[in-house]
Design a protein around this ligand. Structure first.
Ligand SMILES: Cc1cc2nc3c(=O)[nH]c(=O)nc-3n(C[C@H](O)[C@H](O)[C@H](O)COP(=O)(O)OP(=O)(O)OC[C@H]3O[C@@H](n4cnc5c(N)ncnc54)[C@H](O)[C@@H]3O)c2cc1C
Length: 407
């Protein structure tokens, strides 16, 4: 995307201004494209810096073309984690099957990228930090659209007016809440809770994932490269979202301890590590489904608009593709309402197709009943002898508009 003149306000002759809430994956990607098409961009992030570390995420299908057009594909390839295998274990720790990650996730070996979330956020931030204003340690307090633009007050007390605002502030987006109301209306609970934390790699695991299952319970260890720390993951079926737990780490630790009591393999050690962890992240698995992604001069993008949940492995790819589609719509329509309509028209089908992958993800990774687990294990053993060779169509179902720059 190159400047088209549409980023200039016809009334004032000034370049249009946009505020993006959130410097995760989607926010800096959107900032990159909007800056390239001539917008003056500010990003506000509640954390003090781009968040480091974190579990690995996948970039697949259409999103690979987005990062290629951004000129960062080679840097991401250097950061590629390149997990070699996923080993599935039964209740006692016996091996059921060991497969390549692509066979499990329906991706394309040699093309898909798997990078630490923190590495991706740092690469995106480095790409735009000299061209875009970043306000760290701050967030939007109020949005007022009654005038010619959006009057924003920040938590810090600053006040500024922008032509447009984009909410890229993740699944629990405050921008969305200010626009459309409480999250409960739009959050589709998928029946699982999970706890994520790091622990010492005392297992000697390297470039691999180990996944233990019993019906409705799963424990995973994710070894990135030869790191001496593991990403541990405890996931369990919970028919209704647990009350009073989401804001209390102590209650989260107690709930997970109860759910995994008596579990075999090394799970007791994982639960002990969870109790000691200082980086525990607990949440419910859920999707965001909204009837509209914008209101007035404010639009939502990435997880804030259409979080697909980790069960799809497509959150990052959707965030990157959505940032491109929103910026492209704003670069090709003078009127923001027309641009937001075009963005939604271009992106909705792709988001829906990828959200629909959650059921398959749950069936493969977290079977909830003994019967479903037995069927899953049979399917895995079949994949060992005859691996699937086709990529999931949903990953590449969006063709990016606009010319592909020659690299
Ligand atoms: C356990 C787990 C495993 C996952 N596994 C995968 C995977 O394998 N593959 C994959 O593709 N995706 C995975 N994801 C999802 C992926 O991380 C997200 O879908 C993706 O990062 C979406 O990007 P985003 O920028 O929209 O949101 P986020 O990455 O959540 O970024 C939002 C940003 O907004 C900031 N923010 C929040 N509130 C405010 C506020 N009020 N004001 C200012 N800033 C704010 C946050 O600090 C953050 O920096 C996983 C997610 C989880 C939780």
């Amino acid at each position: 995307m190159t400047p088209t003149g549409l980023s200039t306000d016809v009334r004032t002759g000034m370049r249009r201004t946009v505020l993006i809430s959130g410097a995760g994956v989607c926010g800096p990607a959107l900032a990159y494209w909007l800056h390239r098409s001539g917008y003056v961009v500010t990003v506000v992030e509640k954390a003090g810096a781009p968040r480091e570390g974190g579990y690995p995420v996948d970039i697949r299908g259409t999103a690979l073309e987005v990062v290629r057009r951004m000129g960062i594909a080679h840097r991401l390839r250097e950061a590629h984690v390149d997990s070699r295998r996923v080993t599935f274990l039964d209740a006692d720790g016996g091996e059921i099957a060991s497969l390549t990650p692509h066979t499990v996730a329906g991706g394309v070996a040699g093309q898909d990228l798997e990078v630490r979330r923190g590495d991706l956020a740092a690469i995106l931030h480095a790409l735009v930090r000299d061209d875009v204003e970043f306000l760290f340690n701050d967030s939007i307090d109020t949005l007022d659209q009654s005038g010619q633009g959006v009057d924003v007050t920040f938590r810090s007390g600053r006040r500024r007016t922008f032509d447009l605002v984009a909410g890229a502030d993740g699944t629990h987006s405050h921008t969305r809440e200010r626009l459309f109301g409480p999250e409960e209306q739009f959050h589709r609970y998928l029946g699982y809770c999970f706890a994520l934390f790091t622990m010492p790699n005392t297992f000697g695991l390297s470039r691999e994932v180990v996944l233990w299952n019993t019906p409705g319970r799963a424990a995973a260890l994710y070894a990135v490269a030869d790191n001496d720390e593991l990403h541990a993951f405890l996931n369990f079926r919970q028919p209704r979202p647990p009350a009073g737990v989401l804001h209390s780490p102590d209650a989260q630790r107690d709930l997970v301890t109860r759910v995994f009591a008596g579990a075999g393999w090394e799970v007791a050690g994982l639960v002990r590590a969870l109790r000691d962890a200082d980086d525990l992240f607990f949440d419910t698995a859920g999707q965001i489904r909204l009837p509209h992604w914008s209101s007035g001069r404010v639009a939502l993008v990435g997880d804030a608009a259409y979080a697909p949940s980790f069960l799809t492995g497509q959150g990052t790819s959707l965030a990157l593709a959505g940032a491109y589609m929103l910026a492209h719509a704003l670069a090709t329509h003078q009127d923001h309402t027309a641009a937001f309509t075009a963005y939604e028209r271009g992106m909705r089908g792709f988001a829906a197709m990828n959200q629909a992958l959650a059921g398959k993800g749950a069936a493969t990774l977290f079977p909830a009943t003994a019967r479903a687990l037995a069927q899953r294990d049979t399917m895995l053993r079949g994949l060992v002898t005859m691996p699937s060779t086709t990529a999931r169509p949903a990953h590449s179902a969006l063709t990016l508009p606009g010319p592909a720059p020659v690299s």
